[in-house]
Design a protein around this ligand. Structure first.
Ligand code: SF4
Length: 501
């Protein structure tokens, strides 16, 4: 993870997960795997376990510490949607992205089927919203601050959600009663008041001491994480009756639904969809059939959520190294809810015809036709999903494979025709080289330009030339010069377009 990166299209990388396994040709020379595997077995090293999937919860909050807005490449050392990464953990990654709304996050995967499964599940925004609540409550906890409770001498409120009483210089944490809805109450005595004192809600005391007086006479305290026992100031905010109801629905605690976990609710819905009766489900989960009906109809445990979904600041992309990857992955990306969808054609290993996938392409036409006929298998409504950005780059590293310059030009032209911003990242290890078939190979060894060698990859002829034997034909090759020398100019200029630029 780094606050800085040499990756041209990002300002920073963030790796709450490291490790991965290869899935396609684009992975053959995976730089991250090579880097991590070098340290496998080195005791105490960050990559002691090489490139095994490793969750890094301690890295989760890193973007929250970066104040300046950045474009952040998520998991440059892994794949967020790797099958060994549990959805629960992905929820936390998305929650951080939701909380760090000043950044733009770029999630790039070679597993679009799992990304689609995760992002299109109607329960996902619900779970992410819950993680947002939990994380915001934890991250603000900080050092405990204690303030005297005004009007009640000898009593103190703590920013961690406790009430203290003090007698003869000894301060003691009070044990609260638990009210009907799980709310905590304490009995405080005012100076000169009756011997029974006042029974007060702990969360209201904390809010009044740390946040301020209620904004309206009938304001209520809200618990961000849905836990009425968590009265830390970071977990509380003022709200009204309607907001509290909507919190309860979101947290599943509305009208005693709290006995079910989110996983159980998901299971109930799935099993109901496959035909199981409300009565059978009610018996198994020990709730009433009415409750099951409310759950399956969405009246309870709704996906009503304070976060927008898909997240506006999360761009979702897939790797497209060749036509096979394009044809398999792009349709899945187009079905994935996303604010911005992008392709990373790096390392580009073959020609790619994107037209069938970009604006106006065959697939979109089919979808449009289906939508017009009222049969839209994906449930899309206009405007139709599209690709918003394309990055292209050649491979780097000792085993880098060359990239035909025409493949790059063709993608650029297709993007321009479809109005899709194009970013040319690099040529990689191999630079384009044009010459004549009679030219000596620049490697310095004795052979012509139109022969392969370790430094020169011959692609083909650029024209027919003159009569055979009289005029040499033009040739196009890739010449191995190293990533730095090869640079990133295409047609004499850089291509640095971003979505919206
Ligand atoms: S998916 Fe990405 S991180 Fe995983 S092995 Fe392939 S190139 Fe490496």
């Amino acid at each position: 993870m780094s606050d800085k990166t040499k990756i041209e299209w990002a300002d920073a990388t963030w790796n709450p997960i490291t490790g991965c396994t290869k899935v396609s040709e684009g992975c053959r020379n995976c730089y991250a795997m090579i880097l991590a595997e070098r340290f496998r077995g080195t005791p105490g090293h960050y990559y002691e376990n090489g490139f095994d999937i490793t969750l890094r919860p301690d890295k989760l909050d890193q973007p929250l510490k970066w104040k300046r807005p950045r474009r952040i490449f998520v998991n440059s050392m892994s794949d967020l949607f790797h099958e060994q990464v549990p959805f629960d953990f992905i929820d936390q990654v998305f929650a951080i992205m939701a909380l760090a709304s000043h950044h733009t996050f770029m999630v790039l995967t070679k597993r679009p089927e799992r990304m689609l499964e995760y992002c299109s599940n109607p329960q996902t925004p619900f779970r992410v919203a819950r993680q947002v609540d939990v994380i915001s409550a934890i991250k603000c906890l900080g050092d405990e601050e204690i303030r005297p409770i005004s009007g009640y001498p000898g009593y103190f409120a703590s920013s961690h959600g406790y009430i203290y009483s003090e007698k003869r210089g000894r301060r003691k944490r009070m044990k609260p009663d638990i009210g009907e809805q799980g709310h905590q109450r304490v009995q405080l005595h005012r100076e000169g008041a009756g011997r029974y004192g006042d029974r007060l809600l702990v969360h209201r005391i904390i809010l009044e001491m740390f946040v301020g007086t209620p904004p309206t006479p009938d304001a209520q305290g809200r618990h961000r994480d849905g836990n009425p026992g968590n009265n830390a100031v970071s977990n509380l905010l003022w709200g009204d009756q309607g907001e509290n109801w909507s919190d309860s629905k979101r947290h599943g605690s509305y009208r005693r639904y709290s006995k079910l976990t989110h996983q159980q609710v998901t299971e109930i819905r799935l099993r109901h969809d496959t035909g199981e009766s409300n009565e059978a489900l009610a018996r198994e989960f020990d709730v009433s059939a009415t409750q099951i009906r409310n759950i399956t109809s969405g009246a309870q445990w709704s996906v009503e959520t304070p976060i927008e979904w898909p997240l506006r600041n999360c761009w979702k992309g897939i790797s497209v190294e060749n036509q096979k990857a394009a044809d398999e992955r792009i349709p899945l990306l187009l079905q994935t809810p996303a604010a911005v969808r992008f392709l990373s054609c790096e390392p580009l290993l073959g020609p790619v015809d994107l037209e069938r996938h970009l604006n106006g392409g065959k697939t979109l036409d089919e979808w449009k036709a289906r939508a017009l006929s009222g049969v839209d298998p994906y449930g899309f409504r206009p405007p139709y999903p599209r690709i918003h950005w394309d990055i292209v780059g050649g491979e780097s590293g000792p085993r880098a494979r060359p990239m035909h310059p025409e493949w790059v030009r063709s993608i650029r032209d297709q993007c321009q025709a479809a109005g899709v911003p194009f970013f040319f990242k690099q040529w990689g290890e191999w630079s384009p080289w044009y010459g004549d078939e009679d030219d000596d190979c620049p490697c310095g060894k004795e052979h012509e330009g139109n022969e392969h060698c370790s430094k020169m990859h011959f692609w083909g002829y650029t024209g027919s030339g003159g009569p055979a034997g009289y005029e040499p034909r033009g040739i196009v090759c890739s010449y191995r010069v190293g990533k730095k020398s090869a640079g990133r100019l295409l047609g004499g200029r850089e291509w640095n377009d971003f979505p919206g630029s």
